[in-house]
Design a protein around this ligand. Structure first.
Ligand SMILES: Cc1cc2nc3c(=O)[nH]c(=O)nc-3n(C[C@H](O)[C@H](O)[C@H](O)COP(=O)(O)OP(=O)(O)OC[C@H]3O[C@@H](n4cnc5c(N)ncnc54)[C@H](O)[C@@H]3O)c2cc1C
Length: 419
């Protein structure tokens, strides 16, 4: 942008007010001389009753913008610092874990939150009047002098910088990639309900725990305040998966599907399933991740619009917050030059793309490990040994420090960008 910063603020349009778009609205509002508008297609807040992990890296990023003490009342921290414990599907015994490492301060330890409470928390910090609900974006036209955002049944608007935070089905990403959303072969069954329903069942876990069987998994955790979360991933055929949607209950069908599937597993699972209310269920999907997060120095992709994850490593939203923080830092560096967008967006892209590429590669490696190494174990003892050896801490992903990564990139490119 070349306009005089004293007369003309940088107009930033954020598309989507989900966990990442809402965070972008809070973080970027702290920049000097910007005018931010968020366009969200739904009529108001709508999140499903499910849980979300806040990783060590994600909490460090959130702490740049929020007072974590204010967030603490909605976080659940298990006795094992929130780390997921893994159990044998039938016996319920714990697998051996690699020695866990914890951040120095408890406030950065893995935590769980109800998605809806977390979204409400972030939205509460968005400056009033920034979010325009009922604004469905149809597409964005990019020209060297700015971008035009086109809506369904509304007048187009102009912006200097468009942030596409419109999720896995992003219209804007597909405007440039034409990619296809692919069913990953598993359906997620999710439920959050009052913990009073299960508190009297002997053996109800206090830890964040997952029972691993061949080809499926059952996650359970308590949530704050006074809730319990059941989440299962089951290999359902595409014709079953395609009938399910995240914003619709399954009626008794979903509950019976879980009871039937888990009937031979650790008995505590069946006891909890017997008393829980009906669940929601939706197919887990993915699309190729973007290898370039910037279009025409006018559009930036963040969150699931950039890396459509379906919950991989419990880190999708956390990686989205890191995208936003990298963008904030990049814009800050150039704010004294009327936001030199080509330089800022170069720094942003260089900070995020190499890391995201490594994560996406790891997803494929982990899938291959599941298919070739874990699934081919000759018997249960061998399978157990393989699971324990595999570890799966993914610490380098969940503890990634985007702030340090940004500094590394900025210092490497100092002469190109600032001299
Ligand atoms: C089963 C499951 C478990 C998960 N668990 C975790 C976890 O534990 N930890 C974690 O970090 N992540 C987790 N994730 C991933 C996480 O949910 C996503 O990464 C995160 O929600 C992405 O946020 P977002 O804001 O980018 O997209 P979304 O949350 O999808 O928000 C996109 C927003 O854009 C709006 N929108 C869409 N299209 C338009 C349009 N055309 N115009 C205007 N607005 C539009 C939508 O209405 C929505 O509000 C999980 C995902 C799944 C499926």
């Amino acid at each position: 942008m070349t306009a005089d910063s004293e007369t003309r603020p940088l107009r930033i349009a954020i598309l989507g007010a989900g966990l990442v778009g809402a965070f972008a609205a809070v973080a970027l509002s702290k920049l000097p001389n910007v005018e931010i508008t968020v366009y969200e297609k739904s009529q108001g807040i709508r999140e499903v009753g499910a849980a979300i992990t806040l990783t060590e890296g994600g909490l460090v990023t959130l702490s740049k913008v929020f007072d974590l003490e204010e967030l603490e009342p909605i976080l659940y921290r298990s006795p094992k610092h929130g780390h997921i414990t893994r159990r044998h599907w039938k016996t319920g015994e714990y697998f051996k874990e690699p020695e866990p490492t914890h951040p120095d301060e408890l406030k950065y330890s893995h935590a769980k939150a109800q998605r809806i409470l977390l979204l409400e928390f972030i939205l509460k910090h968005v400056p009033e009047g920034l979010i325009k609900y009922d604004h469905e974006v149809k597409g964005v036209d990019v020209k060297p002098d700015g971008a035009t955002i086109n809506f369904k049944d509304r007048t187009p608007v102009r912006a200097d910088l468009v942030i596409s935070a419109d999720g896995i089905y992003s219209k804007i990403r597909r405007q440039f990639t034409n990619d296809k959303i692919i069913y990953k072969g598993a359906v997620a069954y999710r439920n959050v309900f009052d913990d009073s329903i299960v508190n009297d069942i002997p053996g109800v876990p206090d830890d964040v725990t997952v029972w691993i069987g061949k080809g499926s998994a059952m996650f359970m955790t308590r949530l704050t305040p006074g809730k319990f979360n059941v989440a299962a991933h089951l290999r359902d055929p595409p014709d079953v998966a395609s009938k399910l949607k995240w914003d619709r209950g399954t009626g008794d069908w979903g509950k019976q599907r879980l009871i039937e599937h888990f009937k031979d597993w650790d008995p505590v699972i069946g006891k909890i399933l017997d008393v829980m209310p009906e669940s929601i269920a939706f197919p887990l999907e993915r699309a190729p991740w973007l290898r370039n997060l910037v279009v025409g120095n006018r559009i930036v992709f963040v969150g699931d619009a950039a890396h459509p994850t379906s919950g991989v490593y419990g880190a999708g939203a956390n990686m989205g917050w890191d995208d936003v923080w990298a963008l904030y830092k990049s814009l800050t560096e150039t704010s004294d030059r009327d936001y030199d967008l080509p330089s800022a967006l170069f720094l942003f892209n260089e900070t995020r793309v190499p890391f995201l590429k490594r994560v996406e590669e790891q997803i494929d490696i982990d899938q291959a490990i599941g298919a070739k190494y874990l699934a081919t174990a000759s018997d249960d003892d061998e399978w157990r040994k393989r699971i324990e050896k595999r570890g799966l801490s993914a610490k380098w992903i969940t503890a990634h420090n985007v702030n340090l990564e940004f500094e590394k990139v900025r210092d490497k490119h100092f002469l190109d960008v600032f001299a």
